[in-house]
Design a protein around this ligand. Sequence first.
Ligand SMILES: Cc1cc2nc3c(=O)[nH]c(=O)nc-3n(C[C@H](O)[C@H](O)[C@H](O)COP(=O)(O)O)c2cc1C
Length: 181
Amino acid sequence: MDALTALQTRTAAPRLTTPAPNPEQLEQILKAGLRAPDHGMLRPWRFLLIEGDARLKLAQLFVDTTQPDTEERKQKLLTTPLRAPLIIVAVATIKEGKVRASEQVCSAAAAIQNMSVACHALGYGSIWLTGGVAYDPRVKVALGLKETDEIVGYLYVGTATVQDRPVPQHNLQDFVQQWNG
Ligand SMILES: Cc1cc2nc3c(=O)[nH]c(=O)nc-3n(C[C@H](O)[C@H](O)[C@H](O)COP(=O)(O)O)c2cc1C
């Protein structure tokens, strides 16, 4: 798939199953992530790969750390990590200095988008999710992250079980205008 087609046709895949990308494909996907723009060459990102039974541990970690107050919430936390064979947790590793933290988060977000498009180009589906478990400091600590790190997204990756939904057709004029001063 050529680059423009991949960029213009990626859609989120909410239902994912095996197979996940193989190790060579995963390397390609991660390399695409590492080509995100990066002010100051800080490389302000880390990616945690969570597969197989580690997803069950992640589910239990979500429950143990956030202590959901209803059975429904607990069940949601226990099942969410199982919705794809591979989870890439994208973390902005914020470094103090002249580059704003928000710009470093932008870099990590761009890395997620690059990886999502790379998945699509290789024939895999993905969906970028956050929710409370991206922002709960107790989850960060349990994952071994620093207080200053930010979980920018959980990229769920696998093979889409339903046909890609149609690519929404947007009217460019709704979003773009010429500015002439
Ligand atoms: C920062 C960020 C966080 C997101 N978190 C969630 C989420 O927690 N739950 C969800 O259903 N979609 C979430 N989404 C949206 C999906 O990833 C996806 O973009 C959405 O379903 C629309 O599909 P599309 O990407 O094919 O247009 C998030 C997107 C972004 C950029």
